[in-house]
Ligand binder design. Sequence first.
Ligand SMILES: O=c1[nH]cnc2c1ncn2[C@@H]1O[C@H](CO)[C@@H](O)[C@H]1O
Ligand SMILES: [Zn+2]
Length: 367
Amino acid sequence: MDAKPTLEQIRRAPKVLLHDHLDGGLRPQTIVELADAAGYTDLPTDDPEELGAWFVAAANSGSLERYLETFRHTVAVMQTREALERVAAECVEDLAADGIVYAEVRYAPEQHLRGGLRLEEVVEAVQAGFAEGVRRVAHRGAVIQVRTLLTAMRQAARSREIAELVVRYRDEGVVGFDLAGPEAGFPPSRHVDACTYLRQQNAYLTIHAGEASGLPSIWEALQWCGADRIGHGVRVVEDIEAADEHLHGARLGRLASYVRDKQIPLEICPSSNVQTGAAPSLEAHPIHLLHRLRFRVTVNTDNRLLGGITLSDEFAALVDTFGYGWDDLESFTVNAMKSAFASFDERLVLVNGRIKPGFAQLKWGGR
Ligand SMILES: O=c1[nH]cnc2c1ncn2[C@@H]1O[C@H](CO)[C@@H](O)[C@H]1O
Ligand SMILES: [Zn+2]
């Protein structure tokens, strides 16, 4: 129990992932093959290993805008039904191989229309791919639940249409809406109409906020748009007055208090935040303060390809950096499951049937 969780043990732990972009998690080999099939000649290299390294290096830019430029290549090769299905199926295989038992995977349908697909066809292709992935994984004896979030790009003007798409496919595995893209200059309040519509439909939404912009963006996401969760949200620390090492004298402003009192889930993505400059380093990442102050912290990958990481790697890095043990990792996992957009029944079954027994086995099983 006191022993430090190893990467190999963490990989076996039943994990939950709420924030993962489909178009930020492709296998480099797949990108090369899809580019070849589509006649896309702009890839920086045709060698899968070099390509994987190129993405990580290019994403280590210190700026969200430059980080997002790398999506040019992944989106370019995801423009046909076959490509979308393949990428979605492989995503499920990769998440299951990392020991994830429940995932919500997001992407922006409006970015996949260049090959002539309609929004509905994009959604149906990805859902078919997820179902295929779940079948393949089941053949190997693993069980994973995968749900979908549909993202609207905040710099564009299609959020209402995407919100309607979420509602239309709510019984086919689409569980919520997301806003992503460059945060600076494109505040959540631009999309109030879509968000109001979703709430009136009893649908769920999460919004990327507090990553490249600060408190006003988080405030708008919550109080103008009614977001159920916040993507990243790390800059909420700007509303917390520095505390000493033991947290004596930590003072929360009104917004930080609201986020903590209401236990608004924060989808924190440590590696991504360091890559985009939202956090100066893992050692100085706000997750440690937020976790100790008992905000509802969840740990996520954001973009596995761009970070060159899995969720297990993220957990292992937190263990190394902050000395976290099984109780911390279990609390991030239970927080995530409680914050998922799946129904209460489904969440309960996963917490009691998989997460608690799985962590108990890792904590006490060896004794
Ligand atoms: O961390 C992030 N912040 C904001 N936008 C992001 C982030 N990661 C990915 N995307 C954007 O979301 C789109 C749909 O998946 C991606 O194409 C990318 O532009
Ligand atoms: Zn994201």
